[in-house]
Design a protein around this ligand. Structure first.
Ligand code: NAP
Length: 379
């Protein structure tokens, strides 16, 4: 930081300006001082302190009356982003509200017309992608269904964007968008893959302590590009999210064993058409909540979790095996009771209830439950 003042050397120095110069003090960032010295005034003026009626007088300088406002504006602009949400459905609208609340400028585009919804949340809606891109957003946020992402990205007029635009996605699977981005986006675009681990239902009251997963897939070295990513991540930090940096592959592994199982159980329970009763237990209430949380998401979303996460199939098979194993255990007990009734004490000690093994850990090859193998051997 450099601080100095330039004043006319003539006797007609306006008293007000002179007073201001001695009472107000500003610190100029180095580049501003440099700009002044190199463009507004010849070098000698600054070095010799005298020429054409100007000289360096004090370290406290009078600034234009709106100088502070100008600085504040510049600071605000550097922390506010122009975010273009592509895919303005359920989740896109939900995110937009938080972005607007934090003072960012939000543009939206979608297949359907969400003009009035966008207006009501403080965003500007563009039905034409070209028009949206010509706004030169800092961030393009892909918020479309997983299954439509590739076609949406292929249809983007990338040539209308600034060359270092940051692409972010919030898809619930991560390896798939990462690969599509790397494949379709020229090297000069930055890429950040994210997954807020909550939705309009689970995050409707607050995002406090809810996990936000991110992977900085490709970010340019320039300071401004690094800062832009941090500004974007700050939105979620400020809302209280727990920030979790991990690779897209790690995310997909964890998510298949947690999120996909959750959605699958929710959808199975939904098919049972569970109803509230006058004697709900806490556990049952949890199940009803699970149905509410998962059933409000589109089937496209659930299907995307299955189709575009290579770990999902294994989880579905494990669920199948677990259900079969559980039924066998139950029927084994039942069988034992029936045999006791039929044969009484005669068989005591002669019949052994089938011992059911636990499923192998995630990621290990799935074999039929041990009891089946034992039973087959005994046959
Ligand atoms: P979604 O059903 O996964 O996606 C709906 C969005 O996709 C809408 O904007 C829709 O546009 C667009 N879309 C669907 N088919 C399209 C097509 N053929 N061409 C162009 N656009 C198409 O529901 P969502 O809940 O809004 O989720 C959006 C994204 O956020 C998904 O990738 C999801 O995985 C992710 N996400 C969702 C949640 C959540 O809790 N909901 C949480 C985290 C992440 P129109 O509405 O204009 O038709």
């Amino acid at each position: 930081m450099i601080s100095f003042s330039l004043q006319p050397t003539t006797a007609q120095t306006p008293p007000a300006a002179a007073a201001t110069a001695t009472t107000r003090s500003f610190l100029l960032p180095y580049h501003c001082a440099h700009q002044l010295s190199s463009s507004s005034f010849p070098a000698q003026q600054l070095h010799s302190g005298r020429r054409q009626g100007y000289r360096v007088r004090a370290i406290d300088a009078a600034q234009p009356y709106d100088y502070e406002a100008h600085l504040v504006n510049r600071f605000t602009q550097s922390t506010k982003l122009k975010i273009a949400i592509v895919g303005f459905g359920n989740f896109g609208q939900f995110l937009a509200k938080a972005f607007v609340r934090q003072g960012h400028i939000v543009f939206a585009h979608s297949r359907s017309n969400y003009h009035s919804i966008a207006q009501s949340v403080g965003a500007a809606f563009f039905s034409d992608l070209h028009d949206l891109c010509e706004q030169h957003p800092d961030v393009i946020l892909i918020c479309t269904s997983i299954i439509s992402t590739e076609s949406v990205l292929r249809a983007m007029p990338l040539q209308r964007l600034r060359r270092n635009t940051l692409f972010v996605d919030v898809l619930s699977v991560k390896e798939f968008p990462k690969n599509i981005f790397l494949q379709l986006l020229p090297n000069h675009f930055d890429i950040l893959c994210t997954h807020p681990m909550f939705g309009p239902e689970s995050g409707k009251h607050s995002w406090q302590n809810l996990p936000f997963v991110f992977d900085k897939v490709r970010i340019g070295d320039e300071e401004s590009r690094v800062a832009r990513v941090e500004t974007f991540l700050d939105i979620f930090k400020k809302e209280g999210c727990t920030m979790v940096e991990m690779t897209c592959a790690e995310h997909d592994k964890y998510a298949a064993g947690s999120q996909f199982i959750t959605h699958t159980m929710g959808r199975i329970l939904e098919k049972l058409e569970l109803e509230s009763t006058p004697i709900n237990t806490k556990g049952y209430e949890t199940l009803l909540n699970l149905v509410e949380n998962t059933a409000s998401d589109s089937f496209d979303l659930y299907y995307g979790l299955f189709m575009y996460n290579k770990n999902a199939m294994e989880q579905l098979e494990r669920l199948d095996l677990a259900f079969e194993a559980l039924k066998k255990e139950l029927f084994g007990h039942l069988h034992e009771v029936l045999r006791k009734q039929l044969f009484g004490k005669a068989e005591e000690g002669g019949f052994r209830r089938p011992m059911l093994a636990k499923l192998p850990k995630n990621g290990t090859p799935l074999l039929p439950p041990q009891s089946e193998t034992v039973a087959n051997k005994n046959n």
